[in-house]
Design a protein around this ligand. Structure first.
Ligand code: AMP
Ligand code: MG
Length: 311
């Protein structure tokens, strides 16, 4: 059922059930983050391996105390600047947080989403929500209630409808290692914005390092199609028909572009719907131009590279 009835949503969650919720990043598959049975249901419905930990979503800063032991000074600065918003912080975990949520790690990932409906829901319940993207494992993330319905509609009792996701990319994930702030996942908050607040450059875990991190698989977001990536502003293949070419911004050489106006904001909000449209047997090989490597362009390119990873 697709609805915006918060009471119905709350009742299902309170009895240990799993529903889909809207956030500003993507739709999440949500259940009580402190209840092992609810967490297990999320893994099962998504067919997600248990070694891939989930993010706990909170509605009040106060709730952080029930999840983590200490908040590093730099984490607090980021919380003040960006919560609620598309930023996840990986912090040291309290013993009472279920190990299933964190895949046995001694850290827990936490975020406060900014979507008004979900924020209202979170403020009305007494526990955080575990909420990975509401799609089957390795498939494209959903940015509308209809996307969720098309794949998980029969597996869950309720999809809370909050319209199209404004940002359209998953959260940026930040961790604190010794004295360093590191990025584990590029996402809906640009690195430049984070560096501006911390007044220092931050390290992105290199590919080989991040391969060892849970949930950073090379192949993900797959529309089951061969995708050929073209460097931004590279030579667009002249023999390619405009039907099978997706450029970064509108161009005569293609019928479709990722961004409608060349901005990273527009590109981010459209990328997952575009990848989803490619999941159509009528479409063969497709050529896609990468985004300029700045702002959200870096995260968009990260998703494109994983969507294009050979199968
Ligand atoms: P999502 O798939 O959007 O739910 O994001 C979950 C991702 O957050 C995981 O795949 C990890 O990359 C990251 N993550 C969650 N919990 C932790 C943790 N405790 N330590 C490190 N990374 C984490
Ligand atoms: Mg996901």
């Amino acid at each position: 059922m697709i609805t915006d009835d918060l009471d119905l949503a709350k009742n299902i969650l309170n009895s240990g059930g799993v529903i889909a919720i809207p956030t500003e990043t993507v739709y999440g598959l949500a259940g009580n983050a402190m209840d092992t049975n609810s967490i297990a249901s999320i893994f099962r419905i998504k067919n997600r391996p248990y070694f891939n930990p989930l993010i706990a979503h909170i509605g009040e800063i106060e709730q952080l105390k029930s999840l983590c032991n200490t908040i590093p000074v730099e984490a607090q600065k980021l919380i003040d600047a960006f919560w609620p918003g598309p930023l996840t912080l990986v912090l040291s975990k309290k013993k009472s947080v279920p190990n299933l949520l964190t895949s046995g790690l001694d850290k827990v990932a936490v975020r406060m989403p900014s979507h008004p409906l979900t924020l209202k829901l979170l403020k009305s319940i007494k526990y955080p929500l575990a909420a990975p993207s509401a799609n089957p494992y390795k498939y494209v993330s959903p940015t509308s209630a209809q996307h969720v319905e098309s794949q998980l509609g029969s597996a869950i009792p309720l999809i809370l409808d909050g319209g199209q996701c404004k940002i359209g990319l998953e959260s940026t994930i930040i961790g604190f290692e010794d004295n360093d702030v590191v990025i584990y996942r590029l996402g809906g908050l640009a690195i430049e914005s984070i560096e501006e607040v911390l007044k220092k450059p931050i390290a992105i875990k290199t590919k080989s390092e991040s391969d060892m991190l849970p949930g950073q698989e090379k192949k993900h977001y797959s529309p089951g199609k061969k995708i050929v990536l073209i460097p931004f502003a590279g030579a667009l293949p002249s023999l390619v028909s405009p039907d099978v070419l997706i450029t970064w911004k509108p161009q005569e050489s293609s019928h479709k572009s990722i961004s409608l106006d060349g901005s990273d904001i527009s590109g981010a909000s459209r990328i997952f719907s575009l990848l989803r449209e490619l999941d159509n047997p009528q479409i063969g090989k497709i050529f896609i131009e990468l985004a300029p490597e700045k702002g959200l362009g870096k995260a968009i390119n990260d998703r494109l590279m994983r969507a294009a990873y050979p199968f």
